[in-house]
Design a protein around this ligand. Structure first.
Ligand code: ZN
Length: 140
C-alpha cells in the first residue's frame, strides 16, 4: 500500500510560519480597531475622557461626526469581529496541520490566494459555491 500525501497541503514550515505571522498581524490590527471603535461609541454616551487615546475621540468630534451612528460602528465592529473569528480559526488550523486545505473539496488552496486572504477556508471554486449557498439562505 502506497501512501500518497496528496491530501496534505504542501506548505513548508517556513511558509506556515509566514502565514501565521500574517494572521497574527491582522488579528492585532483588528483588535486595535475594535477597541478604538468601542472607545468612540463609549464617548458618545459619556464624554468623560479617561485613559487610553483621547485624541482619537476628539478626532471624531471635530470632523462633525458627532452623530456618528452607533449602528454603523456596531456593524463595522461585527464585521471585524467575524473576521477576527476567521483568523482565530485559521490559527487553529495552522496548529492542527489543516491550514491551507479547502474545507469543502479538501484540496490545497493556492498559495496566491492565501497570500491575499490568509484566513481563507475554501478554494476559489468552493468559495463561490459557498457564497451562492449563503445568498439562498438569505432569501428564505
Ligand atoms: Zn474547494
Amino acid at each position: 500500500m502506497k501512501k500518497k500525501a496528496t491530501e496534505k497541503n504542501e506548505l513548508k514550515k517556513s511558509e506556515l510560519k509566514l502565514f501565521e505571522k500574517l494572521l497574527r498581524d491582522e488579528k492585532y490590527k483588528l483588535l486595535k480597531n475594535l477597541s478604538s471603535l468601542e472607545r468612540s461609541s463609549l464617548a458618545e454616551e459619556n464624554t468623560k475622557l479617561g485613559e487610553g487615546n483621547p485624541e482619537d475621540i476628539s478626532d471624531f468630534a471635530e470632523t462633525g461626526t458627532e452623530a456618528f451612528d452607533i449602528e454603523i460602528a456596531l456593524s463595522i465592529a461585527s464585521n471585524e469581529f467575524q473576521q477576527l473569528q476567521e483568523i482565530e480559526e485559521a490559527l487553529k488550523r495552522i496548529k492542527n496541520g489543516t491550514y491551507g486545505i479547502c474545507e469543502m473539496c479538501k484540496k490545497a488552496i493556492p498559495k496566491k490566494r492565501l497570500e491575499i486572504i490568509p484566513y481563507a477556508r475554501f478554494c476559489v471554486v468552493c468559495q463561490s459555491e459557498y457564497e451562492k449557498e449563503q445568498e439562498r439562505e438569505n432569501f428564505r
